[in-house]
Structure formats: structure tokens, C-alpha cells
Write a protein that binds this ligand. Structure first.
Ligand SMILES: [Zn+2]
Length: 203
């Protein structure tokens, strides 16, 4: 009897403990449950608001950085002249003194012929005597990208449009002040947007 009583006591203790532990076990997930529950509806609401934003097109207006331009070879061929395609998309080089801009002294901004990104300012253009339009710096450092080019057996640094990966030309370290760089660019990769107001100098 005594033993049974003890057993019964133990059992009650165990059950009480298990209830407690169950209770605490319930409590803990309850807490995390409430947090996950509170997250879930907010996610739902943000999802629904996102889709509304997406539909209304606000996403595009808030994104200031221009998106990367990716097109198929067929699409580029359609958009560009055979020479522009050969140079900008196939990394060819136009003959020296043959391009549209090597001897051009017009004022304006030279854009990427593929994606229209502004690349070089005419105020940084100089006569390098090479037969290719040459600049001592791009309009901004982050609009171009460079990579090592050993395709012709020499070490050169290729210059590309960061937005659409168009081949532009090469950059050399024998340029004039203030940068000492010479961006030797193919005319075929460029499109000059002339500035009508020459006096307009942004400060
Ligand atoms: Zn481009």
C-alpha cells in the first residue's frame, strides 16, 4: 500500500511536472508562434502591397540605378550597323583614322552606341594622334568596367560599358594630365549627343 501510495505520489508528481513542462513547452512556442504569427500577416500585407506597387510601376521610378541591358545577338544585330556590332559586341577594332569621331571636336557627351549610357565628355577628349577618339577620363568611374586583354599577344586593359558589356576600346597609361590615362575608344562604340549650349558648364 505504502509503496503504491509512493508510486501514486510519484505519478502525480510526474504528471504535474509533465503538465508544467508541457505548459512551459506550450508557452515557448507560443511566444515564437506569436512572433511568427505577427510576421506572417505583415509579410502578407507587404506582399500584397508589393504587388500593388509593382502593378502601379512605382518600383521602376524608385530604382535610380539603370538596369543592366542584356540582349541577344540577334537583337544587337538588328539595332546596330554591321561595323558597330562587330566592334561593340564582337570586340573588334575599327581601322585607325577611319571612325566618325577620331577627328571630331564637337561639344557634347559621347554615349554608348548600344545602351545609350553617357560615357565620355568632349571636354576630356584630346588629340592622341592615334586615329581613334581618345579621352583622359570617363564621365564617371562606375559607368565603365575594365579587364585584362591578352588577345593580341600584348597586355592591354580592355574598357567596356558596365551597363551592357559593350566593348569600347582600351585604356593606356600614357595619357595627358590630370589623370595620365588614355582611353582609346572606337568611334563605332560611341554616339555623340551634341550640346547646343556651349556656355553651360555644370559646377
Ligand atoms: Zn552600353
Amino acid at each position: 500500500m505504502f509503496k503504491r501510495c509512493r508510486l501514486a505520489q510519484c505519478l502525480t508528481l510526474l504528471t504535474t511536472l509533465s503538465i508544467f513542462s508541457a505548459g512551459s513547452a506550450v508557452e515557448t512556442p507560443k511566444k515564437s508562434g506569436t512572433t511568427s504569427k505577427s510576421k506572417a500577416p505583415s509579410r502578407q500585407t507587404s506582399d500584397s502591397s508589393d504587388s500593388t506597387v509593382g502593378k502601379s510601376g512605382n518600383d521602376k521610378s524608385t530604382a535610380k540605378k539603370p538596369a543592366k541591358v542584356v540582349k541577344s545577338a540577334a537583337e544587337w544585330r538588328k539595332q546596330l550597323t554591321p561595323m558597330q556590332y562587330k566592334v561593340a559586341r564582337l570586340k573588334s577594332t575599327e581601322d585607325a583614322f577611319s571612325g566618325e569621331y577620331w577627328n571630331c571636336s564637337k561639344t557634347g557627351i559621347y554615349h554608348c552606341v548600344c545602351c545609350d549610357e553617357p560615357l565620355f565628355d568632349s571636354r576630356t577628349k584630346f588629340n592622341s594622334g592615334t586615329g581613334w577618339p581618345s579621352y583622359w577620363q570617363p564621365v564617371a568611374a562606375d559607368i565603365i568596367k575594365t579587364r585584362q586583354d591578352v588577345s593580341d599577344g600584348t597586355r592591354r586593359v580592355e574598357v567596356m560599358c558596365k551597363r551592357c558589356d559593350a566593348h569600347l576600346g582600351h585604356v593606356f597609361g600614357d595619357g595627358p594630365a590630370p589623370t595620365g590615362l588614355r582611353y582609346c575608344i572606337n568611334s563605332a562604340s560611341l554616339k555623340l549627343e551634341e550640346k547646343s549650349d556651349k556656355e553651360k558648364t555644370p559646377k
